[in-house]
Write a protein that binds this ligand. Sequence first.
Ligand SMILES: Cc1ncc(COP(=O)(O)O)c(C=O)c1O
Length: 397
Amino acid sequence: MIDWTSRYAERAHGVKASDIRELLKLTMRPEVISFAGGLPHPKSFPIEDIFRISQSVLLNEGEQALQYGTTEGYIELRKFLAARERSVGVQVDEESILITSGSQQGLELVSKTFLDKGDTVLVEEPSYLGGLSAFRLFQASFETVPLEDDGPDLDVLRHLLDTLPTPPKFFYIIPTFQNPSGITYSLEKRKELAEIAREYDLLLVEDNPYAKLRFEGEDIASVKVFAPDHTIYLSSFSKILSPGFRLAWICAPKDVVRKLVIVKQATDLCSNSYVQLITYQLLRRGLIDRHIPWIATMYKEKRDIMLKALEEYFPPEVTWTHPEGGMFLWVTLPDYIDAKEMFSDAIKQNVAYVQGGAFFVNGGHNYMRLTFAYMDNDKIREGIRRLAAVVKDHLRD
Ligand SMILES: Cc1ncc(COP(=O)(O)O)c(C=O)c1O
């Protein structure tokens, strides 16, 4: 038998199968009401529009659609995305835009390009699991900045920046409808964070796949608007069009984009040309913009059902966030409850969540992430009822 372990690269030794992927397999059983996965609701996919546009792309631009494209991405799509940035006050052209195969690839490319073994990355606590995995693969070490209701604790951030022996490579932030917490940074914190970035010459990696899914309150400018020279910005078509398309983009200073392009060449040469042409046509015709409010309305209804059920069934010892958009809410259990241990009881009752520890570098045992977006409305209330019964069983008298 070949001893594979001795042959793996050092960076691969550190990566382990995620608990979450294993747990998610259990949640796939049809009888389980799952608030676990971060999947968009399938009804959010504009299938008919995609059907029509994909046919017309094949008929009219088939040779280009089926050919390799440039690593940077389809020029018309990049121009369109750059114009969108200018409309919110970020003065960029297409040379600042790189198309990626999902934001997950964007995070991996940023890690590959910026991280050496042992480099410090600042992350929100909690933070997106896929981001942590990408940084871990490149052997980063983490320092965490706790999230408050209105964004990161900036005193902690300043303290870290003042005291760390070497400056962190970047601060990874998800300021709008954060995954996992649903929290959105206030405008004040965005501006202050941008000021800190300039003051300390701190690079921000702003990951923003959910902002368009706002169903309550006012839109808030992304942090990049206030610190464009210090921000690598990522956004994605996964939650507003289709995660199966694997299409996203990075907006960053041109020098960074040029470097990321070279790195991406070694990864996949280019993102899917056909999908880029289809997406550009959908955008150009306004079909995505017209569709997003429909998705947001659907998700608001689901969030409302979940919030109402939480109020009705959950005991007063438990609290949760009230997201104004996105797909997730975050539940805080009493400190003595371990959500990872409780999971097996939840699965016995055919209800699932993601235990909060998955989103922490250390700790986080007493939290749960609930996705309100994925389940059909009639299941949400019943799922929360079952989950409440499980939680109540774990309460101390
Ligand atoms: C915060 C965050 N970043 C990135 C991603 C990855 O998105 P994509 O499908 O564009 O790779 C996700 C997916 O859930 C996410 O929640």
